[in-house]
Design a protein around this ligand. Structure first.
Ligand code: FAD
Length: 396
């Protein structure tokens, strides 16, 4: 019988799971070495997140609602994209504090301490922390991408991560900027927050110092000064296509949620929604089962049905989205040009931004709704497998 649950980590994944479990009556202890903090992040929440969890929009916590995005690509100019459902941007200090307060109000006990070790004690667990020891019947691992408890959670190999870094800069603007760079499996972002901008870059297979040079150059060209700006960097899980199938998200007596389970969109880097959603699914799996051995299997099933199949499909597309070519030019450049010139293509981009367009349905939508040019773009993304050969164009 599971009565006491230990949650290791108090970011969005851990604090949401804690709130769900505590409000269902379990005794929940949440351990985080920092509790609320400014975790390196853009802080952007998509429509998908606040549509599913309306409290993320309707609350008194400071946030920016942004309805306009500028997309750019080297050599492709810029395109303005109207977001009918805004991107909601928080400072992570504020977001984390709101989520932790919610967990505490639901009855979770918050402990500001680092968990050093997690070991079996009978059918339960003993935790060694910087402050002492604690016991639990079940553990939810929510320690983020830099999980130091290496026997539990996703085993992140270099091919499963990307570096992400940036600056918090004084300033304000009304729109988001997204900039694709030639050859980079990643992008630059400028997110307006309350009182400052989060400007950053993520990229797979590129060393952090190289990314920083590219970001500094971009900021210099755009007149965004780094003087007095606070630098940040972190790891972003970005599971390779082959890694999803064997992803270690749960075991006997434990489950991993959020970044600790590698649950991040491999194309956009969106992770906050998946952290919260996986925290929710982990809680559902725990509450549905009575013995400590079965929730792991139930959790894996729920994840697969809910979103990991789609993220796995996204991982298969990622390289081609950023580094594919179409009509003699990099695909990101063409995406920007098509967004600028084709309202129908812009609508697809808007839905991708909002999280309304799953990757698994993207090819069907491109093929059935868009004109001949977009049909060709779809084929360049690898859809030639599903269309008759005689309609295929030679790859350029
Ligand atoms: C630069 C950057 C920009 C990003 N921008 C966005 C964005 O705009 N939108 C978006 O959706 N996602 C974004 N992400 C991804 C997002 O930040 C993560 O997916 C999200 O924070 C994951 O939440 P989590 O709760 O799983 O982990 P985290 O938020 O990392 O929380 C983990 C917590 O565990 C604690 N912890 C770790 N180890 C221990 C331990 N041993 N003992 C006690 N406590 C511990 C930490 O202190 C931390 O509070 C970005 C990521 C990066 C790196």
């Amino acid at each position: 019988m599971i009565r006491r649950v230990a949650i290791l980590g108090g970011g969005p994944a851990g604090s949401f799971a804690a709130a769900q479990l505590a409000s269902a009556g379990l005794a929940v202890q949440l351990f985080d070495e920092k509790l609320a903090w400014e975790k390196p992040c853009g802080g952007g929440l998509t429509f998908k997140a606040y549509h599913q969890y309306p409290f993320l929009l309707h609350n008194a916590t400071p946030k920016r609602l942004v309805t306009e995005t500028t997309l750019g690509a080297s050599g492709g100019g810029q395109a303005r994209l109207k977001l009918h459902d805004p991107l909601v941007i928080y400072s992570r200090l504020d977001l984390n504090r709101m989520l932790l307060d919610r967990a505490e109000r639901a009855g979770a006990q918050l402990e500001k301490t680092r968990v050093l070790e997690m070991s079996r004690a009978g059918s339960g667990w003993r935790l060694r922390t910087s402050a002492g020891t604690a016991e639990a019947d079940y553990c939810v691992l929510a320690t983020g991408a830099r999980n130091s408890l290496r026997d539990f959670g996703t085993q992140l190999h270099p091919r499963d991560t990307m570096a992400a870094l940036g600056y918090y800069v004084d300033g304000d603007r009304e729109n988001i900027d997204i900039q694709f760079l030639d050859g980079l499996e990643g992008y630059i972002w400028v997110f307006p927050r309350c009182g400052h901008l989060s400007v950053g870059i993520c990229g797979k297979g590129v060393p952090a110092f190289e990314l920083r040079k590219r970001l500094d150059l971009y900021m210099n060209e755009r007149g965004i000064s780094t003087a007095g700006a606070r630098f940040y960097s972190h790891l972003l899980p970005c599971l390779d296509k082959g890694s999803w199938r064997h992803n270690r998200v749960a075991g006997d007596g434990w489950m991993a949620v959020g970044d600790a389970a590698g649950l991040v969109d491999p194309i956009t880097g969106e992770g906050i929604y998946y952290a919260i959603r996986s925290g929710d699914l982990a809680a559902q799996a725990l509450l549905a089962e009575s013995s400590a051995a079965e929730p792991a299997a139930q959790y894996r099933r729920l994840l697969r049905r809910d979103f990991t199949a789609d993220l796995e499909f996204g991982a298969r597309l990622a390289k081609r989205v950023f580094q594919g070519r179409f009509l003699c030019a990099p695909l990101p450049r063409r995406m920007v040009e098509f967004t600028r010139h084709s309202p129908r293509f812009a609508a697809v981009m808007e839905d991708l931004f909002a999280g309304r367009q799953p990757y698994t349905g993207l090819k069907r939508r491109l093929l059935s709704n868009l004109n001949g040019s977009l049909y060709e773009i779809g084929m360049n993304l690898g859809f030639s497998r599903v269309v008759p050969w005689r309609f295929s164009q030679p790859r350029l």
